[in-house]
Ligand binder design. Structure first.
Ligand code: SAM
Length: 295
């Protein structure tokens, strides 16, 4: 749901659903049992597929520490996917209530089927979310911000939109609360024909209209609202996840085609490979940013 005021500059809900509502079974085949659709923390030399679940859980636990979320009353996950972070916060880290927002109805159904009364995924856009009662004690946004701002906006409008995002998160959190963000960013890409074709494919066909942010856009958006407590670039975390998912997909390709269709599977193969190599070549970054809400 979006308000009339924001609808014209929001990413198209249908574009998000085009990607996320191809079926939970297909995603399970590609992502493995943890159903995390973002970077993981592998140790050097570890087998990518054999340690996929461990790498994802390690990431969630590091994020929980950074957000100082363990044992807290209320935690928010913006762009919560299939609810893995919500579930881990409440079953492993003693969080009393974890709320997620997603635009995907199939993801929300999946979270409901986890049958954990301490977690809840709402089908709503980040700007429409309101905390029931007290503000949140901590928040996460894990590889979802890449969907939140349209590439068709002018640079000035995009900066304004990131500002709206950080203002919204600020308003949802208690003073001093932590917000941990994992997001891809992009520098000026080199002008290579294949790369330009691949970026066009990402933007026009797979993630229609989505804008991968630039670091200065984020810095302008959060200025005065949050203190930057830690920032690090870890492109290998997402590149390795893409490589692991590609291996899982290759191993069960026939099943994947039966679940979806050949075109869908080819789309996944192409875009996962583009993300993997652009992150490996440092054309895309994947920044982990730990923020502390200013009073
Ligand atoms: C790449 S997935 C990441 C999911 C999860 N954070 C994870 O790490 O597995 C991006 C998520 O952002 C959600 N999303 C996209 N646009 C959104 C919006 N405007 N408001 C809320 N969620 C959104 C998608 O529905 C999806 O759940």
């Amino acid at each position: 749901m979006t308000t009339a005021e924001t609808r014209s500059i929001n990413p198209d809900v249908d574009a998000i659903r085009h990607h996320y509502e191809v079926g939970n079974d297909l995603y399970r085949l590609i992502l493995g049992p943890t159903m995390m659709y973002s970077g993981g923390y592998w140790e050097d030399g570890e087998d990518l597929v054999a340690t996929l679940d461990e790498a994802q859980e390690r990431k969630l636990d590091v994020f929980t520490d950074l957000a100082q979320a363990a044992g807290k009353a209320k935690v928010l996950d913006i762009g919560c996917g299939w609810g893995t972070m919500l579930n881990r916060l409440t079953t492993v880290h003693g969080v009393q209530q974890a709320v997620g927002v997603t635009l995907s109805r199939t993801q929300a159904d999946f979270v409901a089927a986890l049958d954990n009364p301490a977690i809840h995924a709402r089908v709503e856009s980040w700007e429409d979310h309101k905390a029931d009662g007290e503000p949140y004690d901590a928040a996460f946004c894990i590889n979802a911000l890449e969907h939140f701002v349209l590439s068709s906006l002018t640079p000035k409008e995009r900066t304004q939109r990131y500002r709206v995002f950080f203002k919204q998160v600020h308003s949802l959190l208690k003073p001093g609360a932590r917000f941990v963000l994992h997001t891809m960013t992009v520098e000026n890409p080199p002008l290579r024909r294949q790369l330009l074709d691949d970026l066009k494919f990402l933007q026009r066909e797979e993630f229609e209209g989505c804008h991968i942010p630039r670091l200065p856009e984020l810095a302008a958006g959060l200025d005065g609202l949050f203190e930057v407590t830690e920032i690090r670039n870890e492109p290998e975390s997402f590149a390795r996840a893409c490589r692991a998912w590609l291996q899982l997909l290759a191993a069960r390709r026939d099943e994947a085609v039966a679940m979806a269709d050949e075109t869908t599977v080819q789309r996944f193969e192409r875009y996962l490979d583009i993300f993997a190599y652009t992150l490996e070549d440092h054309i895309f970054n994947n920044f982990r940013v730990t923020l502390t809400r200013r009073a």
